[in-house]
Design a protein around this ligand. Structure first.
Ligand code: FPP
Ligand code: MG
Length: 343
């Protein structure tokens, strides 16, 4: 698989989901339908989860058609959770466009999230397999648990790498796990294959969250669609913050704590300084290595499957998630090294 083939997959899925959206729009005239559905159509997204679901079904010898309504359900669920997340995080930009709350205000955004979640349930019911309905539904409660757990880790001391991984598994990886597992189930995979796909989804999902943390500070806003340093501004305890707190000098630790607990008014120099501290403590390197280990774990989970086009596409997707950050990170480290050298 190459980049173009991945784009073809995205386009194929978007067409299928587009038809469902069009039908829904034709059947009802309520304004929310237009606002919610045109939002998810227009702003796009990587569509990684539904593509994993379709390819997992194919990789165990089934057809992608059987997994389509579940793939759409999971994409709608993911979008519903992002609409609510953008309210919680006061996030005004998503996928290079105004976020849903920025477009419609918070009250409407709450209801738009609920509405998308409702159509997601409608689509999921169409898969006709109670076990799949069960596993995707438990991903919904896992997402909520992950988000809630993140709120309750109030102090920096409470946030360890272990608690971070727990949040990442629940909040982010749960939808990747449900996608891959449901796909394998709908494709008629054996119990062992279904387990392997769940493990694949878990590894890809956590790696994806770690990569997102790295991109927040090293990413190019033109590519990520988000302003730099949003996690820092929101006091999010990313893997970089956790690592840097354990690998920096005392004065630096105090500075990071002040930033992360909102004791200090932030300016753009603080984001640059935090990036330099992450580099100095080796936190970006550490996070990259951790994400690469997970990517390898994902690959080995499905290594035993019979060779197929779907399998090689799934292997490619794990590389693609890692690839998206490599160049951006390198640029930032070089710039930062030059800055440290000249000051
Ligand atoms: C993004 O995290 C947020 C999520 C993946 C899940 C958000 C979950 C909820 C709001 C609760 C449950 C809602 C439903 C409908 C089940 P992030 O803020 O780290 O990532 P970002 O940088 O993309 O915003
Ligand atoms: Mg967010």
């Amino acid at each position: 698989m190459n980049g173009q083939q991945f784009q073809d997959e995205v386009q194929y899925f978007n067409c299928q989901m587009g038809e469902v959206i069009e039908q829904k729009m034709q059947r009802c005239s309520n304004e929310i339908i237009h606002d919610a559905l045109s939002y998810i159509q227009d702003t796009g997204g990587k569509r990684l989860r539904p593509i994993l679901c379709l390819l997992s079904a194919e990789a165990v010898g089934g057809s992608r058609e059987k997994a389509m309504t579940t793939a759409i359900a999971i994409e709608l669920l993911h979008n519903a959770s992002l609409v609510h997340d953008d309210i919680i995080d006061d996030n005004y930009v998503r996928r290079k466009s105004p976020s849903n709350p920025a477009m419609y205000g918070e009250k409407k955004a709450i209801v738009i999230g609920d509405f998308l979640f409702g159509i997601s349930c409608e689509m999921l019911a169409k898969c006709g397999v109670p076990e799949v309905v069960g596993l995707v539904s438990s991903a919904v409660s896992d997402i909520a648990m992950g988000e809630y757990l993140e709120f309750s880790l109030r102090t920096l001391q409470e946030t360890t790498e272990q608690s971070y991984l727990e949040v990442a598994t629940l909040k982010t990886a749960s939808t990747f796990m449900a996608s891959a597992e449901a796909g394998a189930m709908l494709g008629g995979g054996s119990e062992a294959e279904i387990d392997n796909f769940r493990n694949y989804g878990k590894n890809v999902g956590i790696a994806f969250q770690i990569q997102d943390d790295i991109l927040d500070i090293c990413g190019d806003p033109a590519k990520t669609g988000k302003p730099v340093g949003l996690d820092i501004k929101n006091g999010e305890r990313t893997i970089l913050v956790i690592h840097a707190l354990n690998h920096s000098e005392r004065s630096e630790r105090e500075y990071i704590s002040e930033i992360m607990t909102g004791k200090r008014e932030l300016d753009s120099f603080d984001i640059d300084r935090m990036r330099e501290l992450f580099i100095k403590a080796g936190s970006i390197d550490y996070a990259l290595q951790l994400s690469n280990k997970l990517v390898m774990g994902a690959k080995s989970s499905i290594a035993g499957l019979k060779e197929s086009e779907a399998k090689s596409k799934l292997q490619y997707i794990t590389d693609l998630t890692a690839e998206r950050i490599k160049n951006q990170v390198l640029d930032v480290i070089i710039q930062s090294a030059n800055h440290l050298y000249t000051h």
